[in-house]
Design a binder for this molecule. Structure first.
Ligand code: MN
Length: 722
């Protein structure tokens, strides 16, 4: 044993170092070597599906990144990228051995790897998934490492035994990773990923095309150099220095073209592509002029990606011509800089010496645009802070149990998610499990969370949900239900008010009478008018007058105060005296806010109901803003130790003894529990409404303070809704 590095490993480590020092002479060779040993020891004894030692994989990934001239931290991360997920290595250990930058990068790659795509989905799903990966790759290098990782895994995919697993990985590669590579402009990885995935998904077609390509290779061994020389001659005679390379197209791109044009492989003539590299932009157009002058061009093949770059930053001139010896060929003309961007995209602009340098930041400006494309609405905000890609900082992506991915605005909650799945799910949701754990419906979601909404047929949205939901869809859904419920309530009240007015006028509210209402008032159903009356927006007398015009003539509009006397007798709460209200008027404590003696209060006069007393800060008072005539100045009148009911919302941790502790505290403070209603319960907590009889608001405050001091109590507050 002795040397921890076997001979092969020494060779691999040396090769990597040689390649790196060629583009960055300042590289710290001992740090690279330490990473090598660290990774090899961590993966000791692990074997790839191919039968090779596992560490051959991180080495291959590192090499792909070195080929793109990336910095040392990136290469070290590549060597260690699987150590946290597959070995017992902790991020802390990596931080200690290689610094926080490497630890963060490894953490980023690990997180991406843990997000598995569960099922095959439509293209919208794939798009969301790509966004999720981008949102999670805070540092662009994380994504580059992940793409290199996937590239090597695709190289070795034939070693995976199960065909369905190969297909799943290949499809994921084609739908998710290749487009991501394209979008950040890393064409070399994109092409490899596409071709490898294609070979798995369409094995026969891949074989057929490759057989044809193999045949052409023999021919092209002569043809390609021949055409290259002739093209170079044409361009240089036009006064532009250039170098020309030619190649056969990839199997995947040929297949795509066959599909797009609906032709067979025999009908596809242009399988050869040539690249003309010239010194500068002006030369590109001059070279193109020479080529078009020398050969007939193929209609519709010319594209100017220099004046209008592709959205990933790609620039080149494209054309198709009938070239030497009547070969139909494709030609790309570009400068060396354009070429570097075309191959390596984001990585082409990487300053490996100082990732956070001003130079890198300014170079990354174009990436802002490049990635901005992923979301047209994202705008020109600061996407990148130093090397950070703060993409989709305003969005969050979560999974349904079936693996559907749902995009929501940042800060969105489980209720938003439920409504995003379906408005029916939103309306019936009563709980949520996030990553398998019971959580509150108001919990803010995080990227990659798996959300399982629990529904119940009897569940309905609560008005207070509106306070925490983020999406318009959830807001309007909640509002719609709350409004409908309120309308039902108002119409019930309105109907009884109307009934009373009718009986006072000696009339009966019969179906026959009601049937006339819609036509007279231009509404859909009588309930609409009831609701208006219940809300106090219409006087019942108006209905009477319209239905019985005779009554209007001898109109004697009763002031309803007199009529409320009889209600007084059975109104329990009217035992309480309120200043500013004539004795004899029924008093009701508002059920929305349960005012307590000692608090500022407001009376609202309601036709047929007397006065409803609200807390002065009750949110529902806004409903009466445009009816100042209903407002009454009222105050408490003390006469002895009377008790009133107040309501609390409390959230307790779900532990044995919690409720008993709460009951004890309330008793010690002289309060009296009159009712408890559980509203939500799960593994971690339960919340409920607590009705207490207390002396006054001071008394209630003391009880709340005592409750808040208890460990079992997560939250306790005055209820502001019924
Ligand atoms: Mn890996």
């Amino acid at each position: 044993m002795g040397d921890p590095l076997g001979n092969e490993m020494i060779e691999a480590a040396d090769q990597l170092y040689e390649k790196m020092i060629a583009y960055d002479p300042t590289i710290d060779g001992s740090r690279l070597r330490r990473a090598f040993i660290f990774g090899m020891e961590a993966h000791e004894g692990q074997i790839r599906a191919s039968g090779q030692p596992y560490f051959t994989h991180p080495i291959a990934v590192a090499n792909l990144l070195v080929d793109m001239n990336l910095d040392l931290d990136t290469v070290i991360t590549a060597l260690l990228h699987d150590t946290v997920e597959d070995c017992d290595v902790t991020l802390g250990a990596l931080d200690k051995a290689f610094g926080s930058s490497v630890a963060q990068l490894v953490d980023g790659v690990t997180k991406l790897s843990r997000i598995g795509r569960q099922t095959e989905k439509n293209s919208l799903q794939a798009e969301n998934f790509r966004k999720l990966l981008l949102a999670m790759s805070e540092d662009v290098r994380v994504l580059l490492i992940k793409l290199a990782d996937r590239t090597h895994n695709m190289h070795t995919i034939s070693h995976i035994q199960k065909p369905e697993k190969r297909v799943r990985i290949a499809r994921e590669t084609l739908e998710i990773y290749a487009p991501l590579a394209e979008r950040i402009g890393v064409t070399n990885l994109q092409k490899t990923l596409e071709d490898a995935a294609f070979s798995v998904l369409h094995e026969e077609m891949y074989q057929t095309i490759n057989a044809r390509l193999d045949y052409m290779v023999q021919e092209s061994e002569i043809i390609i150099p021949m055409i290259s020389v002739e093209l170079q001659d044409v361009v240089e005679r036009g006064g532009v220095e250039c170098s020309v390379t030619g190649r056969l197209k990839s199997a995947y791109s040929i297949w795509r073209k066959m599909q797009r044009k609906k032709v067979t492989i025999d009908q596809l003539s242009d399988m050869m592509a040539f690249r003309v590299l010239v010194p500068d932009v002006a030369d590109c157009y001059r070279a193109l002029g020479s080529i078009h002058a020398a050969y007939p061009n193929v209609m519709g093949r010319f594209k100017d990606y220099i004046s209008t770059p592709k959205r990933n930053g790609y620039q080149s001139l494209h054309t198709g011509v009938i070239g030497p010896e009547n070969h139909k060929i494709e030609i790309q003309v570009r400068t060396p800089e354009m070429h570097s961007v075309a191959e390596f995209g984001v990585a082409a602009h990487w300053n490996y010496n100082d990732p956070g340098s001003e130079e890198n930041i300014s170079k990354f400006k174009w990436i802002q645009e490049l990635v901005g494309i992923l979301d047209e609405e994202a705008g020109a905000e600061e996407f990148l802070e130093h090397t950070k890609m703060d993409l989709y900082h305003d969005q969050v992506f979560c999974f349904t149990p079936r693996g559907d991915l749902i995009a929501l605005p940042k800060g969105a909650t489980a209720v938003d998610f439920a409504y995003a799945v379906h408005s029916k799910v939103g309306e019936k949701c009563c709980g949520v499990r996030i990553n398998g754990k019971n959580r509150q419906l108001a919990t803010e979601l995080e990227n990659g969370d798996k959300i399982e909404i629990i529904t119940k047929a009897s569940a309905r949205p609560l008005a207070e949900w509106e306070n925490f939901v983020k999406t318009g869809r959830a807001k309007s859904g909640i509002r719609r239900v709350v409004r409908a419920e309120r309308a039902v309530e108002f119409s019930r009240v309105g109907r009884s008010i109307l009934q009373k007015s009718f009986s006072e006028a000696g009339k009966r509210l019969q179906k026959r009478t009601l049937d006339k209402i819609p036509q007279i008032f231009g509404v859909q159903k009588p309930e609409d008018i009831f609701a208006l009356i219940g809300e106090g927006r219409m006087q019942p007398e108006i209905v009477l007058e319209k239905l019985y015009p005779d009554l209007a003539k001898s109109k004697r509009r009763t002031k309803t105060v007199d009529n409320t006397k009889r209600h007084q007798a059975n109104s329990r709460e009217s035992l309480l005296t309120i200043q500013g209200i004539n004795p004899g008027i029924a008093i009701t404590m508002a059920r929305c806010c349960h005012p307590l003696p000692g608090e500022d209060i407001i009376g609202i006069f309601t036709t047929g109901k007397g006065v409803t007393v609200h807390r002065a800060d009750c949110a529902n008072l806004v409903d009466f803003n445009d009816m100042p005539e209903l407002w009454m100045d009222v105050g408490w009148e003390y006469e002895g130790p009377k008790r009133v009911m107040g309501r609390l919302n409390a959230v307790l941790s779900n532990e044995p003894g919690a409720l008993a502790a709460v009951a004890t505290i309330i008793g010690q403070q002289g309060g009296n529990i009159s009712n408890i209603q559980l509203s939500e319960r799960n593994a971690d907590f339960f919340s409920f409404k607590l009705d207490l009889e207390v002396k006054d608001v001071e008394h209630m405050r003391t009880i709340i303070a005592a409750l808040q001091a208890n460990n079992f109590v997560e939250r306790v507050e005055r209820s502001n809704t019924g």
